[in-house]
Design a protein around this ligand. Structure first.
Ligand code: SF4
Length: 168
């Protein structure tokens, strides 16, 4: 399935736990003040890629712990990312996703495709980047409002459960 990207990083240690393949989607509606990636905002920018090709690239590297979806706003392209997340889980690797939407906004959006993507993610790092709450000491996130959420536990217990891990 086609997806609009701003870029990929084949091995990253700054976009979630472990060594990760990172897919940066193109297009973001949030306009956070102080955004580090303004070139990813334009929904007509970037380039088109195929999710099968991304999965092939992912599989070529056995040391990867998982994949990360970043942006841009991944939840603006939920269908191709859901497909990719399912493939990554089929080879027993994990899926982390960043979003400027909060967990609750996604769950209550009544957008079935977004909810389906949420269900196929292990760790969600949520919320807009808020310049006034920026903290350079946080691992894997930019501002203190952002949470590192254990999605499966949160969905099953019907409340937010944060990832309990020192690395986050
Ligand atoms: S959600 Fe991310 S990419 Fe979008 S404006 Fe905010 S910081 Fe930038």
């Amino acid at each position: 399935m086609e997806i609009r990207l701003s870029g990929i990083v084949e091995e990253s240690i700054v976009d979630g736990k472990g060594i990760r393949f990172v897919v940066f989607t193109q297009g973001c509606p949030h306009n956070c003040k102080g955004c580090h990636n303004p070139q990813t905002h334009d929904f007509k920018g970037g380039y088109m890629e195929d999710t099968d090709k991304l999965f092939e690239m992912f599989q070529e590297d056995p040391i990867l712990k998982g994949i990360t979806f970043s942006g841009g706003e991944p939840f603006m392209q939920p269908k191709p990312l859901t497909e990719l997340a399912k493939k990554v889980h089929s080879v027993r690797k994990d899926v982390t996703c960043y979003s400027g939407f909060t967990f609750e906004e996604i769950l209550n959006s009544e957008n079935e495709d977004r909810v389906e993507l949420l269900k196929n993610i292990d760790v969600l790092i949520d919320g807009k980047f808020i310049l006034e709450q920026r903290n350079l000491e946080l691992s894997f996130r930019g501002s203190e409002n952002q949470r590192v959420i254990d999605v499966k536990k949160s969905l099953s217990e019907n409340k937010i459960i944060l990832v309990e891990d020192i690395d986050y």
